[in-house]
Design a protein around this ligand. Structure first.
Ligand SMILES: [Zn+2]
Length: 489
């Protein structure tokens, strides 16, 4: 059966549109990356996880994807942070690039194909500004260069705002200290100030404004028109609006065919923002929750929707991952190294893959995709249940093998289950032992005492120990190699 067409919600059209790449079979995607002046927070981590999974899914569907995600390493915030620490601004940015990469690796974010930096793209940035000045879309004022928004008739086509309203709202405040013709005109190039990083240009030494970097980088690596552009909702205006204006005024072509925006993240009921001071760093979140569980948590809400981030929702996500990994461990033990021969299967294992594709091809509905995965795990458990109605053990074995392969494909498309199940479950247990204040040494002693009681056929004592463990929130389990234990659900 043919895979369903991929449809994507395009912010420009405010509707889902079919993905029709400029070059059939290939997708160019640009995602606005972090401004590297501090550690990445969980709101940005969610956005990057969404687009990472978009890239994974497109590759799983057979597209040759070129994924570009930049680093903003020249910026007011970086200069300010560097002044506070006494570091060189470029060096501080380079340090936070390394920190970001360490965090991204934990969250299993694929390294993009290209991760350009502003500091390494200055010639291209200068070239595009020169073009805008030559085309009369930008003007030089002192040592600054500004984009003149009134010269670009389609300005605000992404955010659907009204130029006159915005100008009336901005008033004189926006003009203070800058030599602009209109309050909404924005800087493409800023004249050098003492102590700030700067580069030579036709307008004197200076540095680029924020927005122009993405226009220069996307054109350099993806061409003047490409397929998908992603970022958080907060980037629609002014950042993406300005990217469109600069790029389209310079090239005369459509910058990007489809604009994707990820929703906000709520922290215990309040919008997370640096200005409110309620920001959680990804690194700190990963102290509390397993990285794959956090990834699962991010994917369990649609990427465009608001996501509520609470300690309880994280714990629930990790418990759910525990269920998945326990099931995988059980299934793998059942099928490892065995040959179940050829013959009919129970049901059609491929139906879960069909459902997965139907869900995810509809605007990257990852929660729907996880629903298909849940159905598959339900089937795993039904078939491995001692009371399973399917009595033909070879048929069960063959079906489990086929389902396991489907689970592997879905997991790879989502970036989940990349850890060995036994290893994951042990780490999860250690985490719960700490979180619940369980005396692990005492549990080990009880396990040994129970093994001894069972060896002596003292079943009254072994039952008593099991009940005592249960009262501590610990479940003792019998296995051919002796007693094992886990934290009770
Ligand atoms: Zn950008």
């Amino acid at each position: 059966m043919a895979s369903p067409e991929i449809r994507v919600f395009n912010t420009l059209q405010q509707a889902k549109v079919p993905l029709q790449p400029v070059t059939p079979g290939k997708v160019g995607i640009y995602v606005c990356g972090p401004t590297v002046y501090s550690f990445v927070h969980i709101g940005n981590a969610r956005t990057f996880t969404s687009f990472d999974t978009v890239v994974r899914y497109l590759r799983y569907r057979g597209f040759e994807v070129k994924y570009v995600r930049n680093y903003t390493d020249v910026d007011d915030k970086i200069i300010k942070a560097a002044k506070e620490t006494g570091e060189d601004a470029i060096a501080l940015a380079a340090r936070f690039v390394r920190e970001f990469e360490a965090d991204a690796k934990q969250l299993r974010l694929l390294p993009p194909d290209v991760s350009p930096k502003v500091s390494e793209t200055i010639p291209e940035i200068v070239a595009i500004i020169e073009k805008l000045v030559a085309r009369n879309a930008a003007y030089v004022s002192g040592g600054d260069v500004y984009f003149e928004v009134r010269k670009y008739p389609e300005y605000l086509k992404l955010s659907k705002r009204n130029l006159d309203d915005l100008i009336a709202g901005a008033g004189e405040r926006e003009l203070v200290g800058e030599q602009k013709r209109d309050p909404l005109d924005f800087a493409l190039w800023k004249a050098a100030k003492p102590g700030e990083p700067s580069w030579p240009s036709p307008w004197g030494a200076g540095r680029p404004g924020w927005h122009i970097e993405c226009s220069a980088m996307s054109a350099k690596y993806l061409g003047e028109t490409f397929d998908l552009h992603g970022g958080g909702l907060d980037l629609i205006f002014p950042h993406h609006e300005n990217e469109i204006a600069q790029s389209e005024a310079a090239s005369g072509k459509t910058l990007c065919n489809c604009w994707m925006h990820g929703g906000f993240l709520d922290l215990e009921g309040a919008k997370m923002s640096k200005s409110l001071g309620n920001v959680v760093r990804l690194r700190d979140a990963l102290e509390k929750v397993d990285a794959e569980a956090l990834r699962y948590f991010f994917l369990s809400t649609h990427y465009r929707q608001q996501l509520a981030f609470t300690d309880k929702s994280l714990a629930d996500a990790e418990a759910r991952m525990g269920y998945f990994y326990e099931t995988l461990k059980k299934v793998d033990e059942r099928i490892a190294g065995k040959d179940f021969g050829t013959g009919p299967l129970h049901g059609d294992p491929q139906r879960f893959l069909t459902e997965f594709d139907e869900q995810v091809s509809d605007d990257f509905n990852f929660p729907g995709g996880l629903g298909a995965l849940s159905g598959l795990f339900g089937e795993f458990n039904a078939l491995t249940d001692p009371k399973s109605p399917v009595k033909d053990k070879a048929m069960v074995g063959r079906t489990l093998v086929a389902l396991r392969e489907v689970a592997r494909k879905i997991a790879a498309a989502l970036g989940l289950f990349e850890t060995d199940a036994a290893e994951w479950l042990l780490r999860h247990r250690d985490r719960l032992v700490i979180a619940r204040g369980i005396d692990a040494k005492k549990v080990q002693e009880m396990v040994a005492a129970r093994d001894a009681a069972r060896a002596a056929k003292n079943y009254a004592e072994s039952d008593r120990i099991r009940a005592e463990a249960k009262a501590m929130g610990v479940e003792l389990m019998d296995s051919p190699t002796g007693t094992t234990w886990k934290i009770a659900a």
